[in-house]
Design a protein around this ligand. Structure first.
Ligand code: AMP
Length: 398
């Protein structure tokens, strides 16, 4: 069976067509500037690439163009749309309405649109727009929703609750949901496979470090805690997000800066993090270049990121009562040796020892073992593959 994975943003739509027998990506690409002048689809398939500069006033036109590209001369990989067995849609927030990957029915669509938008106002409406567009263009094809928070649904109540009035949690659903679940799920399972161990026997801390970063405790194959919260603003400081901050400091800042509630949240999401600390960039490559030029604030931003990530590793080792493996993944986790070294430095007391030379080796896209000889804890770099998890979950559901 072939599964189409769709990741819709407010003005974008990324896709991959995956053959589930071989788990090979047959085609992939993305539409940009949907609903804006100058919309474009960059599509790859059959080893070729094609750019479609075509007006895409909405997501329906975008998905029609994607389906055309999947069958087009040169890059086409299917003859008919009927070859697509199902579509898996990435959805950021599930709230407590969806506990796992869910097949779309009219009822499910209604819940998605009426209940979850306020949980992820930027992302969920975009996913629903992409979903509706696919349903119109492919009315007979099953659609599945795969949630970023799905893998975190196994967290116990003591881990996901905030210390607020319990009735308010019950009434408003304010609790930790977590994000990047497909990535944490993928890399923790890959780690077990690589180590030749059963997932049930392992205590793993997975560090998804990218523009958005989250750290998870995966005990026996199940997530028992994660650093992101009610929204992806929580946890370590990120590219432009503040990470954890005292709520009273937020109110104080808003008052001093004269910001409304929504503007304060936008400030914390877009103007803070390593970009705010360094005053230079949200990109870790720029920060490293800054350090080389002697920029102290770039160094401070990197130091804070390593320190905060390390603290989560320690906390989660304590939460699990042990640690067998640390996994680094995503843009920074896979490509920035200095961050991995900062995180692991000083964790020798937990049995973590990395080989600094192996850590410096270039990312070749494979799984890399950074553990030094005698390290009790395995330290791995594992390239993430969120699309494959979405495709697998969609196929399993069918
Ligand atoms: P992600 O959100 O997972 O795509 O990660 C993006 C971030 O990874 C960028 O903002 C960079 O800070 C960082 N990064 C460092 N080196 C690389 C690299 N070689 N390729 C891509 N991202 C990188």
């Amino acid at each position: 069976m072939k599964i189409l994975v769709v990741n819709a943003g407010s003005s974008s739509l990324k896709y991959q067509l995956i053959d589930m027998e071989t788990e090979k990506v047959l085609a992939k690409g993305g539409c940009e500037r949907i609903g804006i002048d100058g919309s474009v689809l960059k599509a790859k398939g059959n080893g070729n690439e094609k750019v479609y500069e075509k007006d895409m006033p909405n997501h329906k036109v975008a998905i029609e163009l994607v389906l055309h590209a999947l069958r087009d001369d040169g890059i086409g990989v299917i003859k008919s749309m009927d070859e697509i067995g199902a579509v898996g849609h990435r959805v950021v927030a599930s709230g407590e309405y969806f506990k796992k990957t869910t097949l779309v029915t009219p009822e499910v669509l209604k819940t998605l649109e009426e209940k979850t938008f306020e949980l992820a106002p930027l992302h969920n409406p975009a996913a629903a727009t992409g979903l509706r567009a696919c349903m119109e263009v492919m009315p007979k094809t099953p659609m599945a929703l795969v949630f970023d928070s799905g893998f975190h649904q196994t967290m116990p109540e003591k881990a996901y609750l905030y210390g607020i009035d319990y009735d308010d949690y019950k009434t408003y659903g304010v609790r930790k949901y977590g994000a990047h679940g497909t990535s944490h799920k993928f890399v923790s399972a890959e780690a077990a496979k690589y180590l030749g161990k059963k997932p049930e026997s392992l205590k793993i801390v997975t560090c998804h470090l990218g523009n958005g970063s989250s750290i998870s405790a995966v005990d026996g194959g199940k997530c028992i805690d994660t650093s992101m919260g009610f929204t992806p603003l929580a946890g370590v400081l990120m590219g432009t997000r503040s990470g954890d901050i005292d709520a009273s400091a937020v109110e104080f800042l808003a008052r001093k800066k004269g910001l409304s509630h929504p503007d304060t949240v936008t400030y914390l999401n877009k103007k803070c993090g390593v970009a705010g600390i360094s005053g230079v960039s949200s990109d870790f490559r720029d920060l490293e270049a800054g350090v080389k030029e002697g920029n102290e604030r770039c160094k401070l931003a990197l130091d804070m990121f390593g320190y905060q990530t390390k603290k989560f590793v320690g906390a989660y080792a304590a939460a699990m009562g042990g640690l067998d493996c640390i996994v680094f993944t995503a843009g920074i986790g896979e490509n920035t040796p200095s961050v991995r070294a900062d995180v692991c430095e000083g964790l020798e007391f937990l049995g973590v020892k990395i080989d600094l030379k192996a850590n410096e080796a270039k990312n070749d896209g494979s799984i890399r073992d950074l553990s030094a000889k005698g390290s009790k804890v395995k330290v791995l770099v594992i390239p993430t593959n969120e699309e494959l998890v979405i495709a697998r979950e969609t196929a399993e559901l069918l």
